[in-house]
Design a protein around this ligand. Structure first.
Ligand code: SF4
Length: 457
């Protein structure tokens, strides 16, 4: 998500911001802009570049804008964000990342009270709650709506007159504010600021609500409870290496994960290679600590989307074939240590191991820079159901056999926290690690919708 207020070409800035955040979602993109009187939006399937061109950006005039790149969920243009609603009392646009765990309940209640939904997103339930609130000021409407939702949400709301930002009480998804000239901006990741020449100011705190309008920036809270449970997978896999989350650089965290993994794995090999892009930093750290040369053993075809994000298994499998190629001269006749960030279903790892062996690797040792993923994520990351998570149903040795590796090592939970720099922060250590430990930072209802299930509806 990206948002900006107080810039004469807000839509173009949002376009650049979304471009930097493209790795977070490639299914669709949208921008809504306001000129202070009217709001207008454009959205479509695919990458930011597929959806927007000069002509479209020229048609989006105004000083306030929000944008969104879509990661997963039910397809259909109506589900692409930002969602934009018009009414006699004014327009309202919303961008939301995360997953509302009581979305089914809320939707049912709202429908019983007469609401008609146009989309399959939990974001729309939020829009209805905001619009139906009896309060006059938008900030109070948003606060009232947020008192009813549970789960993970980083939220940006735009009207003709202001921009409102909110972070859920557990701070599960990253969100920060920055400044470019006199304009304030907000982004899911700090890497968006570099491209537009903005200066990072600070992260949005759990339970915080920030109002930005022509009078400036005003900080409030919508709940007094709030504790940090930042998604650990943001450090391991999701965020870009040049982003910082809560003061920790992603590349540095990943390199530390690789260093710790080398200590825990303690194996011999001739070359270390990382699965591009998210595991390169960890592979460099591994090689440095193990004293084994780091080599580019796998090359990524830059112009294919991330397989993890493709919405169906069939597309995922096609994507893997298109995405990676082994560098034969690097791996031929070598014992290859292949560093990857995670194993979800095991299909990708199996294909890469086979690919390296077909290219002549004599041994392939798979080292994973996170612990076995044994539990689904209810907070907006598509890590599937218990049944589909290979580590939920198989031992490490069984997984090794399935993926065809000569050895398989996962990083320990303690090692992961130490590498990210969170080990001294107490029991919860300020991170969500539920997909590794099963300890969810929020309550989970029996019918809590998974992002994956939403797409299967
Ligand atoms: S369960 Fe895992 S993927 Fe989901 S928010 Fe927590 S750490 Fe992130």
């Amino acid at each position: 998500m990206f948002g900006i207020w107080g810039h004469p070409d807000a839509a173009r800035m949002t376009y650049y911001g979304l471009h930097s955040l493209q790795h977070r979602g490639q299914e669709g993109a949208g921008i809504v802009v306001t000129d202070g009187k009217r709001m207008k939006g454009i959205k479509g399937d695919g990458l930011v570049n597929d959806v927007f061109d000069e002509k479209k950006l020229d048609s989006l005039k105004g000083a306030g804008a929000i944008g969104h790149v879509r990661y997963t969920g039910k397809s259909g243009i109506e589900n692409i964000q930002p969602l934009l609603f018009h009414s006699s009392s004014g327009s309202l646009a919303l961008s939301h990342t995360g997953n509302l765990i009581n979305a089914n309940d809320l939707r049912h209640q709202l429908e019983m009270q007469g609401s008609i939904f146009q989309t399959n997103t939990d974001t729309e339930a939020l829009a209805h709650l905001i619009k139906r609130s009896g309060y006059l000021a938008l900030k109070d409407k948003v606060k009232n709506a947020l008192s009813m939702v549970k789960g993970a949400y980083a939220l940006i709301v735009l009207t003709e007159n202001e921009l409102i930002i909110a972070q859920d009480p557990n701070g599960l998804r990253p969100l920060s504010i920055g400044k470019v000239g006199d304009a304030y901006c907000v982004a899911s990741e700090t890497c968006a600021y570099d491209l537009i020449g903005a200066e990072y100011i600070r992260d949005v705190e759990p339970g915080e609500l920030i109002i930005i309008n022509d009078e400036g920036l005003h900080e409030e809270r919508f709940t007094l409870s709030g504790s940090h449970s930042m998604c650990t997978m943001e450090y391991v896999y999701f965020s870009r290496p040049d982003s910082d989350i809560r003061g920790i650089n992603i590349h540095t965290a990943r390199k530390n994960l690789g260093k710790q993994l080398a200590i825990e794995a303690n194996i011999e090999g001739d070359v270390v290679t990382g699965v591009p892009d998210s595991s390169i930093s960890s592979a460099i750290g591994f090689a440095e600590t193990a004293g084994i040369p780091y080599e580019l053993g796998l090359i990524k075809n830059r112009y294919v989307g991330r397989t993890f994000i493709k919405p169906t298994q069939e597309l995922r499998e096609q994507g893997v074939k298109m995405k990676l190629s082994p560098v034969r001269k690097v791996v031929e006749g070598k014992r290859v240590i292949m560093v990857d960030d995670s194993i979800v279903r095991g299909t990708t790892s199996r294909r890469i191991v086979r690919m390296l062996k077909e290219a002549g690797a004599t041994e392939v040792h798979v080292c994973i820079s996170s612990p076995p993923m044994t539990n689904p994520c209810f907070y907006g990351i598509d890590v599937s159901t218990h049944e589909e998570l290979i580590a939920s149903n198989h031992s490490v040795e069984e997984i090794r056999e399935i993926i065809g590796a000569d050895s398989l090592t996962f990083l320990s939970v303690d090692g992961m926290m130490k590498s990210i720099g969170r080990e001294d922060l107490g029991k919860n250590c300020g991170q969500c690690m539920a997909c590794f430990t099963g300890e969810y930072p929020t309550e989970i209802y029996p019918d809590t919708p998974l992002p994956y299930e939403k797409e299967m509806e």
